[in-house]
Ligand binder design. Structure first.
Ligand code: IVH
Length: 704
């Protein structure tokens, strides 16, 4: 890459005199601090992990030679900066980071240091605990009397951001510990997105034409810092414990602590293994490295810890990291390859996206030859030319990402990419949707073959109508052979029409098994629920996340076609952007024509209205106290509303109360709720709670 990181790495750490050392220290510190900000706060790193680690290494070497440069502000003494938007909370005990080892020799050197400090025999008696290093973000969970009362990000290690409302929505994090638990326990672990969840999320974001995440770590960080816990609740975040802060557990070994955490219902990683020697540690780390691409989540290394808790205490910590643990970081998966061409792809909604075509190269367990470049501005920002040698990485080991050119390999034969002015599929002039948009679009939505094809494929996708046999190839053939003009005709397809398409004929000219299957699938698809049609319609911003709420609220397509922006924004989860997109969609003639033709063909039948006997059990396991008067509810009606949804309506506030609903003239129960620190809800929040359960509560309705 061509940025300050590369420049700074080009220089050596050795400085001849104190002034030069100071200058070099200041320069390295500034680059590292900026990168930390980009990484932790903006979730948009501008250098590779490998480069960052090497910069840190340079700084450490410099500080070793010039110890007077080590100050409290030095990046080597800090853990990471704070974001600005969530309330700051002090952790009950400081969250340290880990020292890194970049090869096996450094792991061995660490174990020798331990032996030197406390004697080889004691280290051998303790043994090590090897763990996967989960690539997510650290959170600190505080349980008081077995209840989760606070969740915070690591921040600078001392003070983090209060993300309790969001962590509450993570199913893997228990709200209550099972069995008797200590008065106070501080559990640390990693919040992350499993790979499958990350891929689903990006697909959804893509479908809703929103910015996708570069890797699971960024996606997890972004999801945990959303201002609306309702949205966080839809993100498939999960959690694994990897340590303790304050709180006493009667145990001699860390491995026993993990057993105890599991008994309380806290998730621990299956990738945890005791090892009685450093050789065994390294054998396991090696094995983990071989398996890392087959795990269900990203890992960026292994963490090796001294298992004996008394020995841990004796070894203690530096200001930054414990002496009893070390993180072995896997070598970064970055490769170079040749950028053969930059082409453009036209998406379902007309967005024209440049993508890199590269000489096939093996990276993180698979062969890569294409990578999206997002838009023309991004091509410029990366500074890549066609013909360049480029650095490629599998972002989050999933999505290939071109990082930048290797400038030293340029020989003058490289050429700039020029964004086409016309659609490569239909020839229409491309334009941004509105002034200032980075993306260019093909405006020929109705007839551009690429757009129609992509809409058909989307309609057939699993989240929408799940029509097996209508993939990219079939859609292309049906359109190219004139069997379909667009999606409005899909449910009119007959065996006779399919015979016009070679793909659906067998050798004797009759309908093939694939053709018969497609017709059967179409019949089934006609009967899918309304929400699946909604997802399939390619209405912008109306994806899997919000379609079920819209479908449940409006009942059928006719009602939706009539709905105003005001009506739609009353639906939980629907904001003005979605609402306007829906109204705009139904304002287009050929869109309404799609609906008419589908209905005429027997699709999109009105769904039966749900009966009140099937109320969603949103409050299962929750104990709720109602106090004061709530307009529209008698006390009995409020209690009935709670119990009908699986909750328990109780009369008095205690530490076991999950929520207190306070209406007008609430008296002593409200005061008691405040003194117990129980969440207090007003009527509006109560109604959200009834409809959606705790995950529906936003920060403003759910006091910390
Ligand atoms: S132990 C004082 N164990 O890695 C001990 N950390 O680079 C600190 N991490 O801040 C943490 N997997 O967010 C530990 N098995 C594991 C881990 C792990 C991931 C993260 C954690 C930590 C960071 C340090």
């Amino acid at each position: 890459m061509t940025d300050p990181a590369a420049a700074a790495l080009g220089q050596s750490a050795v400085a001849e005199d104190p002034a030069a050392a100071r200058r070099r220290h200041a320069e390295l510190s500034a680059i590292i601090q900026e990168q930390r900000w980009n990484y932790y706060v903006l979730d948009a790193p501008t250098m590779t992990d490998g480069q960052f680690d090497r910069l840190m290494r340079r700084l450490e070497e410099l500080e070793r030679d010039w110890p007077e440069l080590v100050g409290p502000d030095s990046p080597t003494q800090q853990v990471g900066p704070l974001g600005a938007s969530f309330a700051a909370v002090e952790h009950p005990s400081v969250m340290l980071s880990l020292d890194n080892a970049f090869d096996y020799a450094e792991v061995k050197a660490w174990s020798q240091r331990l032996e030197h400090l406390v004697g080889a025999e004691r280290v051998a008696r303790s043994g090590y605990l090897c763990e996967a290093k989960i690539d997510g973000l650290a959170v600190d969970l505080v349980y008081r009397d077995g209840r989760l009362v606070q969740a915070a990000t690591r921040g600078d290690g001392r003070v983090g951001e209060d993300v309790t409302a969001n962590v509450w929505t993570i199913a893997a994090v228990p709200h209550r510990l099972t069995g008797p638990a200590p008065e106070l326990i501080e559990v640390r672990g990693e919040v992350f997105l499993p790979l499958a969840g990350f891929q689903d999320l990006n697909r959804e974001l893509e479908a809703a034409e929103r910015k996708t995440f570069a890797n699971p770590r960024n996606a997890a960080a972004g999801s945990l810092r959303l201002k609306d816990p309702k949205v966080t609740a839809e993100r498939p975040l999960t959690f694994l414990c990897h340590g303790l802060g304050l709180g006493l557990i009667a145990a001699e070994r860390l491995s026993e602590v993990y057993d105890r955490l599991s008994q309380w219902g806290l998730p621990t990683s299956p990738e945890t293994r005791p090892a009685d020697s450093v050789e065994r540690v390294l054998a396991w780390v090696d094995d983990l490295g071989q398996r890392r691409h087959r795990l269900s989540h990203e890992i960026d290394g292994a963490v090796v810890k001294v298992d004996d808790l008394a020995l841990q205490a004796e070894l203690g910590a530096t200001i930054r990291a414990p002496r009893w643990a070390i993180a072995y970081k896997f070598p970064p998966v970055e490769v170079t390859t040749r950028l053969l061409d930059i082409r453009v792809n036209v998406g379902r909604t007309g967005r024209v996206t440049p993508y890199a075509v590269m000489a096939p190269v093996e990276v993180a367990g698979s062969t890569v030859e294409m990578a999206t470049l997002h838009n023309a501005a991004e091509v410029d920002r990366k500074g890549v030319l066609i013909g360049d040698t480029v650095v490629l990485r599998k972002a989050g080991d999933v999505i290939p990402e071109v990082l930048g050119p290797v400038l030293a390999d340029r020989d003058g034969s490289q050429r700039r990419f020029v964004m086409p002015q016309r659609c490569p599929d239909c020839g229409c002039e491309l334009r941004p949707e509105k002034a200032g948009d980075a993306d260019l679009r093909c405006p020929n939505q109705r007839a551009c073959p690429a757009q129609v094809r992509q809409r058909l494929v989307h309609l057939a996708s699993r989240a929408a109508l799940d029509i097996e046999g209508l993939g990219e190839r079939a859609a292309e053939a049906l359109l190219a052979d004139g069997v379909l003009a667009d999606e409005s005709e899909l449910f009119d397809l007959t065996a006779e029409a399919l015979l016009d398409c070679a793909l659906f004929r067998n050798q004797s000219g009759a309908l093939s098994a694939v053709g018969t299957k497609l017709l059967e699938q179409l019949e089934q698809a006609k009967r899918r629920p309304f929400e699946r049609f909604l997802i399939g319609l390619s209405i912008r911003h109306l994806g899997k996340g919000v379609a079920p709420q819209v479908a449940a609220a409006v009942g059928d397509i006719d009602e939706l076609a009539q709905a105003t922006v005001e009506r739609l924004t009353e639906i939980a989860g629907v904001g003005p952007i979605v609402a306007e997109a829906v109204v705009e969609w139904f304002g287009v003639d050929w869109h309404r024509q799609i609906v008419r033709r589908w209905r005429a063909a027997g699709a999109l039948a009105a769904p039966p209205k749900p009966s009140s006997a099937t109320l969603a059990q949103t409050l299962t396991g929750l104990s709720i106290v109602v106090t004061g008067t709530l307009p529209g509810y008698s006390r009995e009606q409020a209690s009935a509303a709670i119990t009908a949804r699986g909750g328990k309506a109780t009369g008095s506030v205690s530490s076991r109360t999950d929520f207190v609903v306070a209406g007008d003239n609430a008296g002593s129960k409200l005061a008691k709720a405040q003194s117990w620190g129980r969440p207090i809800l007003d009527q509006a929040a109560f109604e959200i709670l009834l409809a959606q359960g705790p995950a529906g509560l936003t920060e403003s309705t759910e006091p910390a």
